[in-house]
Design a binder for this molecule. Structure first.
Ligand code: GLU
Length: 476
């Protein structure tokens, strides 16, 4: 057992960075330039609520501006602090580089428990926070573009977008100041499911490579694999839902803040989600046996473990007991540097956060492009594509009837073939392509270099290399 104490989240990210960067031959000083966080802005503001002024503390951290705008979510949680926001901003830099989203890294947070406030109160708090950030260009379509994170969603993004627009009435690109907005306020189809969908695409890609499956001491496909998911929020819910309904995986464990549910036969994810939305917890849900000590279920037998909640949940204390041969980090930083070392020594394969949960920022990138182009994806091509396909189908029918062997095209084929892609299909196609290409880039390094033994270092090497070359191109 490692006797050193658990480092902070920021230190953990730094340690992982340092382990990777030692394998690169960067000019002196550049390594440090990439590692450090450029700036963190702290704001304290008062909002009059329930007859008195309440003071809130918020942060927006900019890790790297090698590309602008910088990008990253805004989190609402009582656990928000400078160390956490800076660690998350650094991860955004590496994440964007890895999936080739043309952004630097940023992150924001507000120290608040959103469940303690009414909707109209949250709106006033959010608008005030957005005002403070926007007036310093920490919200701006060409400089800094926030998005949802833990505790925030479409609703908060719509308020932020509207607040920015009120402050910048002549900015034709104002909608692009934030992503993750609702569809009717400039959002894009498929953004809500994007991070969970990305986790599914990442696993599908992993299971396409027999060599990688073998590295985790596994066999077969996603079909029938036992999955434990921690956190049934937006990311965990969509990942578990897609894996169980589309890939045949069995959800044998669901861990939430009030305990866990286990069922070796698998659970209906929608039913558990409905129970959580109704009762704010998993206790009493008939889908599985209730276990009061939720985190202990991280140590249960399974094939795939998906931590999709908080950072630091797999650490020096419990990593040694984790039995899953494959862990996919749907959350940011769920495994501490010490936990990571223990797991690597055991041979656990970890699909790292900066890749695994990059689906969110990837679709945010599509939304930002949509907002800047002021037109939804597919609007120009869809019917034209359908018309050309119809031409071909009619020609095939004509040839077949003239040849005397009247073979009919199946109705299923015709309806699928004639269907032109709409925005959702295009978004999913772009996301899948992104997740597959990024995985290829990581695995080439993982298998191609003798000094690289895990996917996390491989991911860091790819992203640091890309960030370094854009600094070089700037003459730094
Ligand atoms: N908050 C998400 C993340 O950690 C999404 C960021 C974004 O879409 O900009 O990746």
């Amino acid at each position: 057992m490692n006797a050193s104490p658990e480092p902070s989240f920021r230190q953990s990210v730094d340690m992982m960075f340092t382990r990777a960067v030692a394998l690169l031959d960067l000019p002196p000083g550049l390594e440090e330039k990439i590692r450090v966080c450029n700036a963190t802005y702290t704001v304290r503001f008062g909002v009059r609520l329930r007859g008195q002024i309440q003071t809130f503390t918020g942060y927006r951290s900019v890790h790297s501006e090698h590309m602008e705008p910088v990008k990253g979510g805004i989190r609402y949680s009582l656990g928000v602090n400078q160390d956490e926001v800076e660690a998350l901003a650094a991860l955004m830099t590496y994440k964007c580089a890895l999936v080739e989203a043309p952004f630097g890294g940023s992150k924001g947070g507000l120290c608040i428990d959103p469940r303690q406030y009414e909707e109209h109160e949250l709106e006033r708090i959010t608008r005030r926070f957005a005002y403070e950030l926007a007036k310093r260009d920490l919200i701006n379509p060409s400089q800094n573009v926030p998005a949802p994170d833990m505790g925030t969603g479409e609703r908060e993004m719509a308020w932020i977008a509207d607040q920015y627009r009120r402050m910048n009435t002549t900015d034709i690109n104002s909608q692009a100041c934030v992503t993750g907005k609702p569809l009717n306020a400039g959002g894009i189809q498929g953004r809500v499911e994007a991070t969970g969908r990305g986790v599914q695409y990442a696993l599908q890609e992993f299971f396409r490579h027999p060599e990688d499956i073998a590295a985790a001491n596994m066999t077969g496909t996603l079909d029938g694999k036992r999955v434990i998911v921690q956190g049934l929020g937006n990311v965990g819910y969509h990942a578990a839902q897609f894996l169980s309904t589309e890939n045949g995986s069995i959800i044998t464990g669901i861990i939430e803040h009030d305990g866990a549910l286990v069922n070796p036969k698998g659970m209906n994810v929608d039913a558990v989600r409905a129970h959580i939305l109704e009762t704010h917890g998993v206790k009493g849900c008939s889908e599985g046996e209730y276990i009061a000590n939720g985190p202990s279920v991280l140590e249960n037998e399974c094939d795939i473990l998906i931590p999709a909640a908080l950072e630091g949940v797999i650490n020096l204390k419990n990593a040694g007991n984790v039995k899953a041969p494959l862990i996919i980090e749907a959350a940011n930083g769920p495994i501490t540097a010490g936990g990571d070392e223990i797991l690597r020594k055991k041979g656990t394969v970890i699909i790292p956060d900066m890749y695994a949960n990059a689906g969110g920022v990837t679709v945010s990138y599509f939304e930002w492009v949509k907002n800047l182009s002021h037109i939804r994806f597919g609007r120009m091509q869809r019917r034209q594509e359908e018309a050309r396909h119809l031409l071909l189908v009619e020609e095939l029918r004509r040839i077949s009837s003239e040849s005397g062997h009247a073979t009919e095209l199946s109705g299923d084929f015709i309806s699928k073939y004639l269907h032109g892609a709409g925005e959702l299909e295009l978004v999913r196609s772009g996301l899948e392509d992104t997740m597959r290409s990024a995985y290829q880039a990581m695995r080439e390094v993982w298998h191609g270099r003798d000094d690289v033994n895990d996917l996390r270092v491989a991911a860091y090497l790819v992203s640091i290399g890309r960030v370094a070359s854009s600094y070089r191109a700037k003459g730094l």
